[in-house]
Each structure stands twice: as C-alpha cells, then as structure tokens.
Design a protein around this ligand. Structure first.
Ligand code: HAM
Length: 427
C-alpha cells in the first residue's frame, strides 16, 4: 500500500461539511468587508519568499520545499500567501494604481516542519491583505474580520495578542535592536546556535526562538514598548482604540514579533491553549515596506492568515450537521433498475440529491447502504412498483411509507424537505 508523506494529509468527505463551514464563514465575512478573491500560484521563484519573508526566518532557512525547474531556476512551493499577493499586486499595474485594494485567498501552503497535532507540511490557509493606507482603522478591520470568523464557526475561547514592533527608523526599532544586541551579547553563552548567528544578523528573531534557554532570556530583555517612536506609538494607540470601540478584547504582548521579517508596527495572533504546542490558529500584522521591497511604489499594507486545519480542530465536529443524502433508490434489478435510474436522474434534475447501486444485490443490502449514506428518504422500486410505474417513498426518520406515481416523487420529496427545513427554521 502506498502512503502519503508525513504531514501531508487527505481530507476525506466526512470532514468536508466542517471544512465548508469554516471557509464559508471566512468568505461571507470577506465579502461583507468588500475583500475580493485572488488566486495565487502554488509555486513561485524562490526569491519571492527569500526576499519577502527574510533569509533568517525559520521558514526560509529551514522549512521551504525548494527544487530546480528544468531550466535550472529555483522554485519553491509557497509556504504562505502574503509574499505572493504582494508580488501579484506589484505585477498588476491596474491594482497598483488604485488608491487601495482588498484581497483574500484560500488554499494549500507548504512548510517542511516536524509534523504533529495541528502542524502539517501541507496545510491550508485563508487570509486577507489590504493595500493602500497606514490608517490604524485597517489594522483593526483585518483583526475584526478574523474575530468575526472565529465567532461564526463557534470558536470563542481564544486570546487575541497584539503588539507593535515599530518602524525601521533609527529612533524606533533601530534603537531597540541596538539595545537587544547589547542585552543578548551579554547573555551569548545561553543562546542556541541559531540565535548566536542571529545576534549579528537579525537579533529581533531571537525573541521568536522557542528554545528553552532563549525563551527564558526573553523575559529580562528590553521591550519594544519602551522604544516606539511618536508616530508608531500613536498608530498603536489608534489600533487599540478601534478594538476597544468594537469591544474586541485583546491582550498586549510586547514580545510578539512573529516569525516573518516583513512586519512593521502592528503584529497580532489569535491563540488558544487547546492546540498543544501550536497555540496560534490565526495571525498577521502590518507590512508597510514589503510592496517597495518587491519593486512597487511605497504602499502600506496589513493582513492576516488563519490555518484551516487548526480552526477545524478547535471548532470540533459536534455543531456541524452530518452530510445527508436526500434519496437513496432501492431497486430489484432489470426493469426496476431501469426505472430507478430514470427516477434518480429526475430527482437530481429537480435539485434533490439521489444515489443508487446498479449492482444492488438484495433489498436488505441496499437498505444498509441507504443507512450508511444517512439518506433522508429511500425510494423503493420493486417488481410491483415497476409494473405500475410507481414508487414507495420511505421516510427514514419516521419509518412512514407512501406509494405514489413515480413522476410525482420529486415534488413529494421536495415538499417534505422544504417542510422539514421550514419547521426546523421556526424552532
Ligand atoms: P503564519 O503565522 O506563519 O502567518 O501562519 C498563519 C497561520 O497558518 C497560523 O496561525 C496557523 O494557523 C497556520 N499554520 C502555519 N503553519 C502551519 C503548519 N505547519 N501546519 C498547520 N497550520 C499552520 C502567515 O502565514 C502570514 N502570511 C500571515 C499574514 C498575512 N501576515 C500578514 N498578512
């Protein structure tokens, strides 16, 4: 038997309802906020990510699936969506010329991480990116969208962490990084080998290191909160004011730097303690320099992405109704199979889902299959029914049966289905 590579999973039909509920909620919320879908490629030239995310990040230095194309150019399976959306935004002058643009995306991402619960090598994200303004309103808007999506899918027990990591200015993050360097240089021996290297090249990354020794040092390290320049401080206050006004609860975490180098000012994460080691199910922030890094004109931007598999783990399946087939057709072979096939076609044309087994051995066997499919009705066409072009509809919930002309079957099932929905809706 062939198996899938570790951390690369199949998503079986029984998870699709839950899947659709999560992505459907995201799509609804994006539509309400006037975000429009962009479909970005699954693979890019490697420099899109190395330049976009930063060479020192774990993702670029250790986790990318990278290979050469036949012409010897380096390609990478996308580990995230933001860099691709920025590349696409810069490449398409039409969007670039608009004063602002709102995009969302949904699809698989690839990171060569050590697989465990909620941490996969192929996982799926939905995300949104806003381009064109540094107004804190937009930081709030993307956070509020993720907040609304979580609520819609029934995830309530999370903490929203927020921070501002300032701008690269000398009087802001520049000064902070100098202080960090001094602090960690004094504690160099306690740092992991990766962080010793980061000390010279990108000390901010040390704050994101999960190694015990480095994480412990973080507690006594300088805090960005004490180093924000005036305009970053005002921006951060603006974001918090919007969140307060919308009653979106948050916790400030001055060490939230995130694992990607493109962030400026706002960073945020939606975290829970229900995911073991993987505590964030959605995250994002502002990246005001990335469009320029990709050759576009200076364009402030902010966005987020959520892990669909992690959201499914949190939402659970309980609140999600099992998928139901409307009608399973049971037949006696020969002429009754022919009539059942025609009736299945008629039902489907009327928008009623229908299924049958042309090889259906016994009635008992076919009833078992109807059960397994959680069919709402079974429609029986045995020898007698075939002779009189009728069918017997059995309501699987109540056990009641009714015989009627086959061509009246779709209308009767439709009536029962909408009646049932109507009753349910008025409960
Ligand atoms: P990220 O924090 O790397 O941010 O990923 C966002 C979400 O993707 C995580 O919170 C998590 O739910 C999910 N995720 C990440 N890695 C895995 C994995 N190995 N297995 C399962 N789920 C995973 C970004 O990707 C940024 N592009 C977010 C962003 C958008 N920032 C600005 N705009």
């Amino acid at each position: 038997m062939l198996s899938n590579p570790p951390g690369i999973e199949d998503i079986y039909p029984d998870r699709i309802d839950a899947w659709d509920r999560v992505t459907g909620a995201a799509r609804d919320v994006f539509r309400l906020g006037n975000y429009r879908e962009i479909i970005i490629p699954i693979m890019e030239y490697t420099e899109v990510f190395s330049r976009g995310l930063g060479d020192e990040t774990d993702i670029v230095s250790k986790e990318m699936f990278t290979f050469e194309d036949r012409g010897g150019r380096s390609l990478t399976l996308r580990p995230e969506g933001t860099a691709s959306v920025v590349r696409a935004y810069v490449a398409n002058g039409e969007y670039n010329r608009l004063s602002s643009a709102k995009f969302f995306y949904c699809g698989p991402m690839f990171r060569a991480e050590r697989p465990q619960k909620g941490r996969l090598r192929q996982f799926n994200q939905f995300g949104a990116e806003f381009f064109g303004s540094s107004d804190p309103y937009y930081d709030y808007e993307v956070i509020a969208m993720m907040h609304a999506i979580s609520r819609r899918v029934g995830i309530g027990d999370f903490t929203l962490l927020v921070n501002s990591i300032g701008c690269p200015g000398a009087d802001c993050r520049g000064e902070f990084i100098e202080q960090l360097k001094r602090y960690f240089t004094n504690h160099r021996e306690a740092l992991c080998e990766d962080c010793k290297r980061r000390l010279d090249r990108n000390p901010l990354r040390i704050l994101d290191c999960k190694q015990e020794g480095c994480a412990a040092l973080k507690k006594g390290s300088p805090s960005i909160a004490d180093h924000l320049c005036q305009s970053c401080r005002e921006h951060y206050t603006g974001v918090k004011e919007h969140l307060d006004a919308a009653s979106v609860a948050y916790t400030e975490d001055p060490f939230l730097v995130r694992g990607l180098d493109y962030y400026t000012r706002t960073t945020f994460e939606f975290v829970t303690d229900r995911l073991g080691g993987q505590n964030a199910f959605a995250a994002g922030g502002r990246y005001d320099s990335l469009v320029e890094t990709f050759g576009g004109k200076p364009t402030p931007a902010v966005g987020f992405a959520a892990g669909i598999e992690r959201m499914l783990l949190l939402a659970g399946d309980a609140a999600i109704p099992a998928s139901r087939l409307d009608a399973y057709l049971v037949h006696g072979g020969g002429e009754s199979l022919r009539q059942a096939t025609a009736l299945a076609r008629l039902l489907r044309e009327s928008g009623i889902s229908a299924d049958l087994d042309p090889q259906g051995k016994s009635f008992k066997n076919q009833f078992k299959k109807a059960d397994r499919e959680s069919a709402r009705f079974t429609v029986i066409i045995g020898g007698d029914e075939a002779a009189e072009r009728s069918c017997t509809i059995k309501d699987m919930a109540t056990g009641s049966q009714e015989k009627l002309p086959a061509d009246e079957c779709p209308a009767r099932i439709r009536e029962s289905l909408t009646g049932a929905k109507g009753r349910h809706g008025s409960d």
